[in-house]
Design a binder for this molecule. Structure first.
Ligand SMILES: Nc1ncnc2c1ncn2[C@@H]1O[C@H](COP(=O)(O)OP(=O)(O)OP(=O)(O)O)[C@@H](O)[C@H]1O
Ligand SMILES: [Mg+2]
Length: 244
């Protein structure tokens, strides 16, 4: 099957810093594709580049075979790529429903307000926040706010969902809750790219994992392979990580 997303030889520079260097990653349709690596490896920059927030100095990004390099973030969103942010940033004074409605309305193509309401309701239900629609988003705990962030992404009804550290700062139980949600999103047919430092989550839920270090892909394989690859152990894991 053709990959849903292809990053081909992309390089990104910020002044003198090369954040991504000739990076190529193919993401197969329908899977959870993990991306791991040390702080500053370029994981968030990869998401910023895929979503058009950052322009690569070279290389191409193909989504469903179409070249999206250089397109505007809202155009890319409308094609079916949504993301969450590492630092959650809901509109705190707006209600949960309003937060998700805004995303549903502006994240999709031309749709009616009534249709965006339907999409927002579906997304809120999918993350389990039904009953909390009228609460100001800022009044929810971290888990709740992370769910608002995911609901906002889902409201655009993406084909590809990019999650940037969705379980950072959560307890074990909360982590399990979010990862069950991520699995159910995959089961609905949405392809997921998961950036995460919490190894238990990324290792047990990913079908495939790319490892970045210093802006380069140093390894890619199944979680089992990644857990024992010497270059991954040296650059990131510290010791072998056994899976299954
Ligand atoms: N907007 C920016 N301007 C300048 N430098 C940036 C910018 N965004 C990222 N960088 C630099 O690019 C490199 C990659 O950063 P990035 O945030 O992508 O790493 P990361 O893998 O997401 O790290 P973390 O695990 O800490 O979130 C770092 O050296 C960072 O300082
Ligand atoms: Mg990051």
């Amino acid at each position: 099957m053709a990959p849903i997303l292809r990053c081909v030889d992309i390089s990104v520079r910020f002044g003198g810093v090369t954040a991504l260097r000739n990076l190529s990653i193919d993401v197969e349709k329908g899977i959870i594709h993990g991306v791991i690596g040390p702080n500053g490896a370029g994981k968030t920059t990869l998401f910023n580049t895929i979503t058009g927030v950052v322009k690569p100095v070279s290389g191409k990004i193909l989504f469903e075979g179409r070249d999206i390099t250089g397109m505007k973030p809202y155009e890319i969103c409308k094609l079916g790529i949504a993301r969450t942010h590492q630092l959650i940033r809901p509109f705190k004074n707006m209600s949960v429903l309003e937060n998700v409605l805004v995303a549903a309305y502006f994240g999709s193509g031309k749709i009616k307000v009534s249709e965006s309401r339907r999409r927002a309701d579906r997304a809120i239900k999918a993350v389990g926040l039904n009953g909390f629609e009228d609460r100001p988003a800022g009044s929810l705990d971290v888990l709740g706010q992370k769910k608002v962030e995911i609901a906002r992404a889902l409201a655009a009804e993406p084909k590809l969902l990019l999650l940037d550290e969705p379980v950072a700062g959560l307890t074990q139980l909360e982590t399990d809750d979010i990862m069950r949600l991520v699995q159910s999103i995959k089961d609905e047919g949405v392809t997921v790219v998961l950036v995460e430092h919490v190894l238990k989550a990324v290792m047990s839920f990913s079908d495939r994992i790319s490892v970045l270090n210093n802006g380069e892909k140093i390894y890619e394989g199944t979680p089992k392979e990644v857990g024992v690859a010497p270059q991954v152990v040296e650059a990131y894991l510290g010791e072998e990580y056994g899976v299954g």
